[in-house]
Design a binder for this molecule. Sequence first.
Ligand code: AMP
Length: 409
Amino acid sequence: MRDILPPESGRWRRFTDVFADVVERAGYGQLITPLLEDLGVFTRIGDATDVVTKEMYDFVDKGERHIALRPEMTASVCRAFAEHRPTTPWKVFYSGSNFRYEKPQRGRYRQFDQVGLEVLGADDPNLDVEIIALAWEFYARLGLQQVSLIVNSLGEPDDRSRYVDALREHFTACGDALSQQSRATLERNPLRVLDSKRDVDQQHIAAAPRIAEFYSDDAAGHFEAVLTGLRALDIPFAIEPKLVRGLDYYRRTIFEFQGGTLDSAQNALGGGGRYDGLVEALGGPGTPGVGFALGVDRTLLACDDEGVFLAEPVRLDAFVVDVTGGLQAAAITAELRAAGLAADRGYDNRSMKAQMKLANRSGAAVALIVGEEELANGTVVVKPMRGGEQTAVSRSQISAYLTTHSDQN
Ligand code: AMP
């Protein structure tokens, strides 16, 4: 778990602001849910997933309730939907921290942040296209260029379970030729064997049956409509039949965004898909859903790699250097801040030299200097910090002066 210090933390806030701006203009409202849920909310997303079986931060609270820190947010959104029964389609977005007890490494942390959205109560393939397009627009707003989109369809639940049977049969026949890890995965979730990156498994994965052979007409039609929609919006994609993703509840469309600059093990910037049955499992009516979550930590690493959306210190308009005791600095900074300018000051009545050093380091456009002489004659010296003549300005005019001159600095 990490501390995020300024100016990096400012970039995190901007990241969320840009996301909110993109999705609010598409009719999504922000949903804020608790960091904690009843453990059962998450065990229902799938007993066969690592997130649930191995990585949960869970504990028994003082009221003997079995609680977990959320490892992801889709389950919380579905729990909230089941509880509040809003009108559909319910379009919501979220941002915040999740917790997974994973092996920490670059791009993988035990506390990490996500932004994401979900739409509950509509089956329309246009929604699958809409949310992918919104993520695409968001990446463009960040300035990222090396993002690729892979898509797949898992078919209807029936198609999927026939496919899982076929995979089980295929991989079981491979016997000991399959890696030991994949044989263990096969026991729990045959789909997940397709995820294996181990060399010995690759030829067996390549020879495995393909999900497309199992699609019902409905599933094939839905997938085709999504692909047509993406093409119409000029969003480039590749179909990846091996893409399966974690949740047991996924059906039909699933997708992932990958960063071209990141190590392949941690290159997923975000992903999502269509799911069914989750709201029902949480006590609500049968409700289809579709959504995605994008990892903040990892996407910012990709931004660093591409040199875009970088952390920037707040740009100060003025730094006040007051060597008359500090009351002037207090009054002038308050006045400037109220006028919408960014102003900081020196403290502890330090020497002119020490305060000028701080003014320099602050990156402020100008230093405003108040000495005994200026105090006596009601002026302030305005000293541009990046070249230019210094001038004396009447104390009463200082914020008006800076407001008209701040653009030039
Ligand atoms: P998931 O909920 O597993 O589909 O994850 C969605 C996105 O969240 C991933 O593509 C990552 O960008 C991010 N993510 C998931 N787990 C972690 C983690 N442990 N550390 C950092 N980012 C993560």
